[in-house]
Every structure is written in structure tokens, then in C-alpha cells.
Ligand binder design. Sequence first.
Ligand code: ATP
Ligand code: MG
Length: 263
Amino acid sequence: MASIIDKRLSLHHRLAKKEQENSALKSQNLQLQALASLGSATSMIAHEINNLLTPLANYAALAVQNPDDRELAAKALDKTVRNCQRAARIMGSMLTMANGRKQQTSKANILAMVEEVFTCLCRDLGKDGITVRVQVPQDLELTCVPVQIQQVLMNLILNARDAMLPAGGILTIAASAADEHVELAVSDTGKGIAPEDIERVFQPFFTTKTEADRPAQGSGSGVGLAFCQRVAEAHAGRISVTSRLGEGTTFRLRLPKSRPEHR
Ligand SMILES: Nc1ncnc2c1ncn2[C@@H]1O[C@H](COP(=O)(O)OP(=O)(O)OP(=O)(O)O)[C@@H](O)[C@H]1O
Ligand SMILES: [Mg+2]
């Protein structure tokens, strides 16, 4: 009888110990998850700042090299200031996103957002043999965190450019509204995505751009599309891709038209 009671007590102790270990592991797991999410947020912030720093440095250099051409210098400095402001806004907005806090959205004109993204790019895409077509209705609006949607557009445009180098091609930015949604589509006539890669393009750090074969300076960390997906989800929307190898690719961003706040 005594031995049965002893066995029960010992089992009880072992169970309590296991439960303790289990809860310690759970809290360790939560800490690791928080660290991993901070790590990916940090690489995304660095990636977006880098996207803006490259044109910023180029515009500032243009102003320094042409002090006598006052009009050109003033334009270049204006773009430098704008990109600095965007970098500060994107950093603030992504830190808020990383902390899990909600952000206030605002109503933005889509065409104006697209045009501003093009003014922030350092090089005229025409110099790379790329024709740009913008098919966005003038009055189409979207309630969103504008700086985040603009960074998504910038990433999709830079990827499209990379895919069309060096031959050039056609880049199309289109927007339309249906039901309570807005769809933004960025299409290119570039090299396309291999079927075995298409499932992986949104994974953080997946890239096919290698050190030796990097289409443009600063690209190839594999963070751009992971960032786009995170922004789409934060807006309660989604991003998808269709592609044909050797023919081109289209990324579609589908977002609810109006949403008072986002995660
Ligand atoms: N428009 C496109 N055409 C062809 N392939 C694409 C296109 N967009 C993305 N990809 C593929 O998806 C991969 C991941 O894209 P993503 O933007 O996440 O990273 P990256 O462009 O390689 O690097 P980063 O954006 O960090 O500079 C790319 O390396 C490329 O293989
Ligand atoms: Mg990219």
C-alpha cells in the first residue's frame, strides 16, 4: 500500500517538474519568436532605407557636381529632401509595425502615390530601355498607410526593372476598383520566374540574384517581397504573383478600399 502511495507521489512530482519545464520552454519560445520578428523587421527597415539611400546619394551628388546649374541643383536638392523625409517616415512606420502597434491610415490618391514613387527612383527607367505605362484612374483613392504602399510599389518596380535588364521592356502599373477592393498590378515583360521558384519568392531571404550576377547595385538580399507581403497583410489585403518564364511577371496587390486603422 505504502509503495503505491510513494509511486503516486513520485509521479505527481515528476509531472509537476515536467509542467514547469514545459512552461519555461514555452516562454523561451515566445522570446525567440519575438527576437526573430525583430530580426526580420530590422532587415526590412535596413532594406527600405537602402532603397531610398541610393537615389538620395545620387541626387545629392548631382547638386554638388552642378553648382552653377541652379535649376538642376535645386531640383536635385528637392528630391534629396523628399527622400530623406520618406526614409524617416518609413522607419517610423515600420518600427510601429514591428512593435505590433496600430497605425492610423489616411485616404490617398493612387495616381499621386505612383507618381511620387517614380520621382524617388534615382534613374530614369528609359535609360535602361524600359517604357513605363501608368494605367491608373485619376480619382481612384485608397485608405492606407501611404508610405508603406509606396515602398511596396517601389520594391515591385525595382524587381521588374531587374527582371528586364539589360534588354529593356515594358513596365505597366495599373489600378482598378471592384466591390470594396482596390487592385494594384505591376507587370513587366522581363525574364519571368521559374515554376520551381514561384512558391518561394515571398519567403524572407529568398533571392536568385547572386553577387556575380546582380542586376543593380544594392539589390539581392531577398527581403523586398517578404516586406511587400507583410504590408499587404497589415492592410488586411494580399499580394499574389503570376509569371511565365521568358515572357514576364505580374504582381497583384489587392486591398480593402477603406480601413480606419491597420496592424
Ligand atoms: N518581376 C520579377 N521578375 C522575375 N523574378 C522576380 C520578379 N520579382 C521577384 N522575382 C524573383 O523573386 C526573388 C525575390 O524577390 P525579392 O524582391 O524578395 O528579393 P530580391 O529582389 O532578390 O532582393 P532585394 O529585394 O532584397 O533587393 C528575386 O530574387 C527573383 O528571383
Ligand atoms: Mg527585390
